[in-house]
Design a protein around this ligand. Structure first.
Ligand SMILES: NC(=O)c1ccc[n+]([C@@H]2O[C@H](COP(=O)([O-])OP(=O)(O)OC[C@H]3O[C@@H](n4cnc5c(N)ncnc54)[C@H](O)[C@@H]3O)[C@@H](O)[C@H]2O)c1
Length: 332
């Protein structure tokens, strides 16, 4: 059934269900965006935790820039789930990552939220088809998966379940875009979505290496902070390899390093590098490059790399990006 939803630009009130790490992060983001926010968490200590985190982090929100009318006084912490959602135009759920719990919480949110409200889950990988399975109005339920902390990291992964209306998915895309997020919409359900799968792959390999005594925790963190992590923030992993191929770009990288995909360089099972896959990857890089040469992209990447390293040094995060004994700092 086609849901009758409020226009994304007309949202005034946001309900947040779950007041842990991610729920509080969303509270801060939505307060900064100028909404009235109503938050609910059943734990007795949650009220104090939510309020003190909001108070402590508010100066950063002010520094980032508040939308007109935004105020931390527009937060109401309530004692029941129905109070959190009954006047909400949109609800962002952030309860623990347990399928049965999410399914139950969504059925309850569905019962009390106005019919024009979209219900969003922060799940890191549970299928929306499962989460909406016991609800009467599954068509308005969408995954809106953030990255921690949601008040700073722009990415939100969006997708529906088998019974979600396409209009609700589009609604979520527009809503997040209007509110300083950088959403990507997945065309089909895949466990753990896109970014979590990538994180998971590295996480599993890191744990393998630590378990086997091949690398320490510190070596793994330094290897990413001082190595590919610096570049990933600018190019993403695919464009990074495109640049690693010199003038031949991704085509050269695939021809050069393609055979090593079958070497035991990771515990993950390698995909078969078919002609079709090869071409798809090359085409994707060409689209991203949008006419820019590898040299142009390298120049852009390098300017950004230096800027990021200077910014990091200026912030002076303890040990960030500095291998023990290494030279510190990038000239200003
Ligand atoms: N932590 C992350 O980095 C991260 C990133 C992206 C997405 N997520 C997802 O966000 C969701 C929340 O994760 P988190 O890290 O904030 O967990 P958390 O454990 O910090 O917080 C969960 C909160 O939900 C509360 N809760 C329990 N039952 C509830 C109920 N019935 N109604 C309302 N609140 C209830 C708990 O008291 C707790 O405060 C999960 O689905 C997780 O996968 C987490």
């Amino acid at each position: 059934m086609e849901p009758k939803l409020i226009a994304p630009g007309d949202v005034k009130r946001v309900g947040v269900v779950g007041g842990g790490v991610i729920g509080i992060g969303w509270v801060l983001h939505y307060l900064r965006m100028g909404f009235d926010v109503t938050a609910y968490d059943p734990m007795p200590e949650a009220r104090v935790r939510i309020q003190s985190m909001v108070d402590d982090t508010w100066p950063l929100m002010v520094d980032l820039g508040l939308r007109p009318g935004a105020s931390r006084d527009r937060l109401t912490i309530v004692s029941t789930l129905s109070d959190a959602v009954c006047n909400a135009d949109v609800v962002q759920e952030a309860v623990p990552e347990v399928p049965e719990m999410k399914t139950k919480v969504f059925a309850e949110m569905d019962k009390f939220a106005p019919s024009h409200a979209v219900l969003l889950t922060s799940t890191s990988g549970i299928s929306m088809t499962v989460i909406q399975s016991e609800s009467e109005h599954p068509e308005r339920m969408v995954v809106g998966h953030p990255f921690n902390p949601p008040y700073l990291v722009p990415l939100v992964e969006i997708l529906g379940g088998a019974r979600t209306a396409p209009a609700a998915v589009e609604w979520a895309r527009e809503f997040y875009s209007l509110n300083e997020k950088d959403p990507i919409v997945l065309e089909r359900e895949v466990p753990a979505f896109i970014a979590s799968r990538l994180q998971e792959a590295m996480w599993r390999e890191a744990l393998h290496m630590i378990a086997e005594g091949e690398a320490t925790v510190e070596q793994i963190d330094i290897s990413v902070r001082q190595g590919p992590g610096l570049r990933w923030a600018i190019t993403g992993p695919m464009m990074n390899f495109h640049l690693a191929g010199g003038p031949g770009g991704m085509a050269h990288v695939l021809d050069h390093f393609g055979p090593t995909l079958t070497e035991p360089w990771t515990r993950l099972v390698a995909p078969e590098l078919t002609d079709e896959l090869r071409q798809r990857v090359i085409d994707g890089c060409d689209r991203e490059a949008a006419g820019r040469s590898v040299a142009d992209l390298v120049a852009e990447r390098d300017r950004c790399l230096v800027a990021i390293m200077r910014a990091r040094d200026a912030i002076q995060i303890p040990n960030a990006g500095k291998a023990p004994g290494s030279a510190s700092g990038v000239p200003a």
